[in-house]
Design a protein around this ligand. Structure first.
Ligand code: TRP
Length: 339
């Protein structure tokens, strides 16, 4: 049997936070150590363009996210780790797919619909106000990312599931018209990977500005953990672990035994201040070695660039010959071969 091919992209907006770490980076690195699967991880900087970010923020985020994966131990000899914009075959495939994707399919994309709804809700005369073509056709670029490498499994968050299904639809339609070139991908949504709450108790997310950066310097990390919202129970009063952001973050880092010990201390009425101190110390100790490596890489962007170039070379050695077959299938051919 062929190996499963796992592929996932990380949009280069923002600084990696502990929610990204437990939800995506840690499971990704673990999967890359499994010899039964082939892994592709990439920095989706062309997708970041669609989010209207400031140019310096995009390149900064690309460096930070790449450095985070490397510092945490991604083995780039096992996983192919690259930057989307280094693979010119991807935008070319995007156009080929765009040429055969129904506009109606894009009309149904949740992200686009939500943007239209927001305009309607705020009584904008133009329901498409502020919506770029990049936002609109975002799922086609994402389909090209996936289909370019014949990914079988695409680990994503729940919000991206529809996009993977669209990639599957697009692949099916292409195969029907031009022959079986693409593998049909499946989304993988892991209900076991923790979705962490942020400082205010809502899902930790850049858009809520409630994140704890994974590699915040020690002092900043302490300050942020002290800010995490709790209820007003006094020291000595038994506390519920359920719905406690402090507990959930602890659990995401600690062993099951350590987590059980903390649950017992909740029942005994541990003070919130004490729990925060303990959580800070635990996370800080856990992160320290990777943070040192992260700081080293951040101070040496050229070495990160070299890693990404190496990954791009590997990725292109697969993408180039495959795109040549796709071009031939759709009729983009050397005339010298005709006649
Ligand atoms: N759109 C994804 C997100 O915002 C990132 C992404 C881009 C991606 N291309 C992909 C994920 C391909 C999986 C496969 O999270």
């Amino acid at each position: 049997m062929n190996k499963d091919i796992y592929l996932t992209g990380i949009t280069t907006t923002g600084t990696p936070h502990i929610g990204n770490y437990v939800g995506a980076i840690r499971p990704g690195i673990a999967a890359s150590r499994d010899p039964s699967i082939r892994n592709f991880y990439f920095l989706a900087d062309l997708h970041a363009l669609a989010k209207n970010e400031d140019p310096d923020a995009i390149s900064r985020s690309t460096l930070e996210i790449a450095a985070a994966w490397l510092a945490l131990g991604l083995d780039t000899n096992k996983a192919t780790f690259y930057r989307q914009s280094d693979i010119p075959e991807i935008p070319e495939l995007t156009w080929i797919l765009t040429s055969m994707t129904a506009k109606g399919l894009m009309n149904r994309a949740h992200a686009y619909k939500a943007a239209v709804q927001a305009n309607l809700d705020s009584d904008n005369a133009d329901p498409d106000k502020g919506i770029t073509m990049a936002l609109y056709s975002y799922p086609i670029l994402m389909s090209a990312d996936i289909l370019m490498f014949n990914a079988t499994k695409v680990p994503v968050g729940r919000d991206q599931k529809q996009h993977v299904e669209m990639a599957r639809d697009i692949a099916q339609r292409f195969n029907h018209h031009y022959g079986e070139l693409f593998v049909l991908p499946e989304p993988v949504i892991d209900d076991n990977t923790a979705v962490l709450a942020g400082l205010d108790g809502r899902k930790m997310s850049k858009s809520y500005q409630n994140t704890i950066p994974l590699f915040a310097p020690e002092k900043a990390l302490r300050k942020l953990i002290m800010k995490i919202k709790t209820n007003s129970l006094e020291p000595g009063e038994p506390k519920d672990t359920e719905g406690s952001t402090l507990f959930d973050i602890y659990k995401a880092f600690a062993t099951p035994d350590e987590t059980a010990d903390i649950a017992a201390r909740y029942a005994d009425g541990i003070a919130w201040g004490e729990m925060k101190k303990l959580l800070f110390e635990y996370v800080n100790d856990h992160i320290r070695p990777a943070r040192e490596e992260y700081e080293r890489l951040m101070a040496d962007p050229a070495s990160v660039e070299a890693e990404l170039r190496k990954g791009a070379e590997r990725a292109r050695s697969i993408a180039r010959p495959f795109l040549d077959r796709i071009r031939d299938a759709v009729g983009i051919r050397s005339l010298a071969t005709m006649g």
